[in-house]
Design a protein around this ligand. Structure first.
Ligand code: ADP
Ligand code: MG
Length: 232
Protein backbone atom coordinates (compact mmCIF):
# COMPACT_ATOMS: atom_id res chain seq x y z
CA UNK A 1 0.00 0.00 0.00
CA UNK A 2 1.11 3.55 -0.77
CA UNK A 3 0.08 6.54 1.34
CA UNK A 4 0.74 10.10 0.23
CA UNK A 5 0.37 12.65 3.00
CA UNK A 6 0.08 16.40 2.32
CA UNK A 7 2.66 16.16 -0.43
CA UNK A 8 4.03 19.41 -1.85
CA UNK A 9 6.52 19.67 -4.73
CA UNK A 10 7.89 22.97 -6.01
CA UNK A 11 10.02 23.77 -9.02
CA UNK A 12 11.54 27.06 -7.94
CA UNK A 13 8.62 29.37 -7.22
CA UNK A 14 6.07 27.19 -8.99
CA UNK A 15 4.10 24.63 -6.98
CA UNK A 16 3.51 21.54 -9.13
CA UNK A 17 1.98 19.30 -6.43
CA UNK A 18 0.02 21.20 -3.85
CA UNK A 19 -0.92 19.25 -0.74
CA UNK A 20 -1.94 15.86 -2.14
CA UNK A 21 -3.38 13.16 0.13
CA UNK A 22 -3.82 9.77 -1.45
CA UNK A 23 -4.02 6.10 -0.56
CA UNK A 24 -3.32 3.36 -3.08
CA UNK A 25 -4.35 0.01 -1.57
CA UNK A 26 -3.05 -3.33 -2.81
CA UNK A 27 -5.09 -4.79 -5.63
CA UNK A 28 -6.69 -1.54 -6.74
CA UNK A 29 -6.68 -0.40 -10.35
CA UNK A 30 -6.62 3.38 -10.26
CA UNK A 31 -6.58 5.83 -13.13
CA UNK A 32 -4.98 9.23 -12.64
CA UNK A 33 -6.14 11.80 -15.16
CA UNK A 34 -5.76 15.54 -15.52
CA UNK A 35 -4.79 18.12 -18.11
CA UNK A 36 -1.24 18.65 -19.29
CA UNK A 37 0.84 20.37 -16.65
CA UNK A 38 -1.51 19.45 -13.79
CA UNK A 39 1.31 17.66 -11.94
CA UNK A 40 0.66 13.98 -12.74
CA UNK A 41 4.24 13.08 -13.65
CA UNK A 42 5.66 15.05 -10.72
CA UNK A 43 3.28 13.30 -8.31
CA UNK A 44 4.03 9.76 -9.49
CA UNK A 45 7.80 10.33 -9.46
CA UNK A 46 7.49 10.73 -5.70
CA UNK A 47 5.97 7.28 -5.35
CA UNK A 48 9.27 5.54 -6.00
CA UNK A 49 11.50 8.27 -4.61
CA UNK A 50 12.73 9.72 -7.90
CA UNK A 51 11.81 13.06 -6.34
CA UNK A 52 11.74 14.00 -2.67
CA UNK A 53 9.01 16.10 -1.05
CA UNK A 54 9.30 19.77 -0.22
CA UNK A 55 6.55 19.09 2.32
CA UNK A 56 4.65 16.03 3.40
CA UNK A 57 5.70 12.43 2.84
CA UNK A 58 5.14 9.24 0.89
CA UNK A 59 4.90 5.90 2.68
CA UNK A 60 5.42 2.68 0.72
CA UNK A 61 4.36 -0.36 2.72
CA UNK A 62 4.77 1.80 5.82
CA UNK A 63 8.32 3.00 5.04
CA UNK A 64 9.05 6.59 4.07
CA UNK A 65 10.15 6.58 0.42
CA UNK A 66 12.58 9.51 0.70
CA UNK A 67 14.38 7.78 3.57
CA UNK A 68 14.65 4.41 1.86
CA UNK A 69 14.62 4.93 -1.91
CA UNK A 70 15.90 1.41 -2.61
CA UNK A 71 12.99 -0.16 -0.77
CA UNK A 72 10.57 2.19 -2.54
CA UNK A 73 11.98 1.31 -5.97
CA UNK A 74 11.81 -2.41 -5.24
CA UNK A 75 8.19 -2.17 -4.13
CA UNK A 76 7.05 0.33 -6.78
CA UNK A 77 7.69 -0.37 -10.46
CA UNK A 78 7.42 2.58 -12.81
CA UNK A 79 7.39 3.19 -16.53
CA UNK A 80 8.15 6.63 -17.90
CA UNK A 81 6.17 8.78 -20.26
CA UNK A 82 9.06 8.41 -22.71
CA UNK A 83 10.08 4.74 -22.38
CA UNK A 84 13.59 5.54 -23.62
CA UNK A 85 14.20 7.33 -20.29
CA UNK A 86 14.13 3.96 -18.57
CA UNK A 87 16.24 1.76 -20.84
CA UNK A 88 19.55 0.56 -19.47
CA UNK A 89 20.67 -2.02 -22.04
CA UNK A 90 20.95 -2.28 -25.82
CA UNK A 91 18.72 -5.30 -26.37
CA UNK A 92 15.22 -6.17 -25.25
CA UNK A 93 16.19 -9.26 -23.26
CA UNK A 94 19.13 -7.58 -21.51
CA UNK A 95 17.00 -4.60 -20.61
CA UNK A 96 14.17 -6.64 -19.09
CA UNK A 97 16.70 -8.85 -17.25
CA UNK A 98 18.57 -5.91 -15.74
CA UNK A 99 16.25 -5.32 -12.78
CA UNK A 100 15.91 -8.98 -11.75
CA UNK A 101 19.71 -9.38 -12.09
CA UNK A 102 20.16 -6.54 -9.63
CA UNK A 103 17.88 -8.34 -7.20
CA UNK A 104 20.49 -11.10 -7.23
CA UNK A 105 18.07 -13.78 -8.39
CA UNK A 106 19.15 -17.17 -9.76
CA UNK A 107 19.59 -17.45 -13.53
CA UNK A 108 16.60 -19.74 -13.98
CA UNK A 109 14.39 -17.31 -12.08
CA UNK A 110 15.67 -14.37 -14.14
CA UNK A 111 14.99 -16.29 -17.37
CA UNK A 112 11.51 -17.23 -16.18
CA UNK A 113 10.66 -13.63 -15.30
CA UNK A 114 12.00 -12.24 -18.57
CA UNK A 115 10.06 -14.80 -20.61
CA UNK A 116 6.87 -14.25 -18.64
CA UNK A 117 7.15 -10.45 -18.87
CA UNK A 118 7.81 -10.48 -22.62
CA UNK A 119 4.88 -12.87 -23.14
CA UNK A 120 2.65 -10.53 -21.15
CA UNK A 121 3.28 -7.63 -23.53
CA UNK A 122 3.33 -9.82 -26.62
CA UNK A 123 7.04 -9.35 -27.28
CA UNK A 124 7.99 -13.01 -27.04
CA UNK A 125 10.87 -14.05 -29.29
CA UNK A 126 12.17 -10.46 -29.46
CA UNK A 127 14.83 -10.70 -26.74
CA UNK A 128 17.72 -10.10 -29.17
CA UNK A 129 16.16 -7.06 -30.87
CA UNK A 130 17.85 -3.72 -30.27
CA UNK A 131 15.66 -1.39 -28.20
CA UNK A 132 16.62 1.63 -30.32
CA UNK A 133 15.32 -0.12 -33.45
CA UNK A 134 11.81 -0.70 -32.02
CA UNK A 135 8.71 1.37 -32.74
CA UNK A 136 7.43 3.68 -29.98
CA UNK A 137 4.69 1.24 -29.06
CA UNK A 138 7.13 -1.67 -28.89
CA UNK A 139 9.46 0.41 -26.71
CA UNK A 140 6.59 1.11 -24.32
CA UNK A 141 5.78 -2.60 -24.17
CA UNK A 142 9.41 -3.43 -23.37
CA UNK A 143 9.40 -0.78 -20.64
CA UNK A 144 6.26 -2.34 -19.17
CA UNK A 145 7.89 -5.80 -19.37
CA UNK A 146 10.89 -4.41 -17.49
CA UNK A 147 8.61 -3.21 -14.70
CA UNK A 148 6.64 -6.49 -14.66
CA UNK A 149 9.83 -8.55 -14.38
CA UNK A 150 10.51 -6.93 -11.01
CA UNK A 151 7.18 -8.33 -9.76
CA UNK A 152 6.62 -5.18 -7.70
CA UNK A 153 3.76 -4.74 -5.21
CA UNK A 154 2.77 -1.57 -7.06
CA UNK A 155 3.02 -0.67 -10.69
CA UNK A 156 2.85 2.94 -11.88
CA UNK A 157 2.59 3.64 -15.59
CA UNK A 158 2.95 7.19 -16.86
CA UNK A 159 0.92 7.48 -20.08
CA UNK A 160 1.50 3.85 -21.11
CA UNK A 161 -0.95 3.84 -23.99
CA UNK A 162 0.52 6.74 -25.93
CA UNK A 163 1.87 5.32 -29.18
CA UNK A 164 0.23 1.91 -28.78
CA UNK A 165 -2.15 0.71 -31.47
CA UNK A 166 -5.52 -0.72 -30.50
CA UNK A 167 -4.57 -4.43 -30.17
CA UNK A 168 -1.49 -3.53 -28.12
CA UNK A 169 -3.52 -1.25 -25.86
CA UNK A 170 -6.01 -4.03 -25.33
CA UNK A 171 -3.31 -6.55 -24.44
CA UNK A 172 -1.48 -4.28 -22.04
CA UNK A 173 -4.74 -3.20 -20.48
CA UNK A 174 -5.94 -6.80 -19.94
CA UNK A 175 -2.58 -7.65 -18.41
CA UNK A 176 -2.77 -4.71 -15.98
CA UNK A 177 -6.29 -5.70 -14.94
CA UNK A 178 -5.11 -9.25 -14.27
CA UNK A 179 -2.23 -7.99 -12.13
CA UNK A 180 -4.62 -5.91 -10.05
CA UNK A 181 -6.89 -8.93 -9.59
CA UNK A 182 -3.85 -10.80 -8.28
CA UNK A 183 -3.14 -8.11 -5.69
CA UNK A 184 -0.80 -5.62 -7.38
CA UNK A 185 -1.76 -1.98 -6.96
CA UNK A 186 -1.87 -0.47 -10.46
CA UNK A 187 -1.87 3.28 -11.09
CA UNK A 188 -2.25 4.33 -14.71
CA UNK A 189 -1.59 7.95 -15.59
CA UNK A 190 -3.47 8.96 -18.68
CA UNK A 191 -5.17 11.89 -20.34
CA UNK A 192 -7.10 9.46 -22.54
CA UNK A 193 -9.78 7.67 -20.58
CA UNK A 194 -11.54 5.88 -23.43
CA UNK A 195 -10.92 2.27 -22.51
CA UNK A 196 -10.11 2.66 -18.86
CA UNK A 197 -12.68 4.56 -17.03
CA UNK A 198 -15.20 1.79 -16.50
CA UNK A 199 -12.61 -0.83 -15.66
CA UNK A 200 -10.95 1.32 -13.01
CA UNK A 201 -11.80 0.83 -9.35
CA UNK A 202 -11.19 4.53 -8.82
CA UNK A 203 -10.59 7.62 -10.89
CA UNK A 204 -8.44 10.48 -9.68
CA UNK A 205 -8.30 13.84 -11.39
CA UNK A 206 -5.43 16.18 -10.71
CA UNK A 207 -6.01 19.87 -11.36
CA UNK A 208 -3.29 22.48 -10.76
CA UNK A 209 -1.47 20.11 -8.41
CA UNK A 210 -4.51 19.22 -6.31
CA UNK A 211 -6.72 16.13 -6.27
CA UNK A 212 -10.02 17.47 -7.60
CA UNK A 213 -11.83 14.15 -8.01
CA UNK A 214 -11.30 10.85 -6.18
CA UNK A 215 -14.32 8.69 -6.95
CA UNK A 216 -15.54 5.48 -8.54
CA UNK A 217 -15.84 5.77 -12.32
CA UNK A 218 -19.61 6.19 -12.43
CA UNK A 219 -19.35 9.29 -10.22
CA UNK A 220 -16.15 10.63 -11.76
CA UNK A 221 -17.52 10.43 -15.29
CA UNK A 222 -19.86 13.40 -14.90
CA UNK A 223 -17.13 15.67 -13.60
CA UNK A 224 -14.41 15.07 -16.18
CA UNK A 225 -15.42 17.87 -18.52
CA UNK A 226 -14.94 20.44 -15.74
CA UNK A 227 -11.27 19.56 -15.61
CA UNK A 228 -10.52 19.51 -19.30
CA UNK A 229 -10.28 15.72 -19.34
CA UNK A 230 -12.13 14.25 -22.26
CA UNK A 231 -14.89 11.91 -21.12
CA UNK A 232 -15.09 8.68 -23.15
P1 ADP B 1 1.70 16.49 -16.16
O1 ADP B 1 2.44 15.21 -16.09
O2 ADP B 1 0.33 16.47 -15.56
O3 ADP B 1 1.67 17.06 -17.55
P2 ADP B 1 4.03 17.66 -14.82
O4 ADP B 1 4.19 17.03 -13.49
O5 ADP B 1 4.92 17.21 -15.91
O6 ADP B 1 2.49 17.57 -15.23
O7 ADP B 1 4.22 19.23 -14.67
C1 ADP B 1 3.55 19.97 -13.65
C2 ADP B 1 4.07 21.41 -13.69
O8 ADP B 1 5.44 21.44 -13.32
C3 ADP B 1 4.01 22.05 -15.07
O9 ADP B 1 3.71 23.40 -14.91
C4 ADP B 1 5.40 21.86 -15.60
O10 ADP B 1 5.73 22.89 -16.52
C5 ADP B 1 6.24 21.98 -14.35
N1 ADP B 1 7.47 21.16 -14.43
C6 ADP B 1 7.52 19.84 -14.68
N2 ADP B 1 8.79 19.39 -14.65
C7 ADP B 1 9.57 20.47 -14.38
C8 ADP B 1 10.97 20.66 -14.21
N3 ADP B 1 11.83 19.64 -14.31
N4 ADP B 1 11.40 21.92 -13.95
C9 ADP B 1 10.52 22.96 -13.82
N5 ADP B 1 9.20 22.83 -13.96
C10 ADP B 1 8.71 21.62 -14.24
MG1 MG C 1 3.18 13.91 -17.53
Amino acid sequence: MIRVERLVHRYGEATAVDGVNLTLPDGEYVVLAGPNGSGKTTLVRHLNALLSPDEGRVLVNGTEAAENPVAARTAVGMTFQDPRDGFVAATVGADVAFGPENLGLAHEEIDRRVRHALDAVNMQGRADDRVDALSGGEQMRVAIAGALAMEPDHLILDEPFAGLDWPARREVFERLRALARDGTAVLVVTHDLRDHIDAADRVLVLSAGEIAVDAPPEQARDRLAEFDVRPP
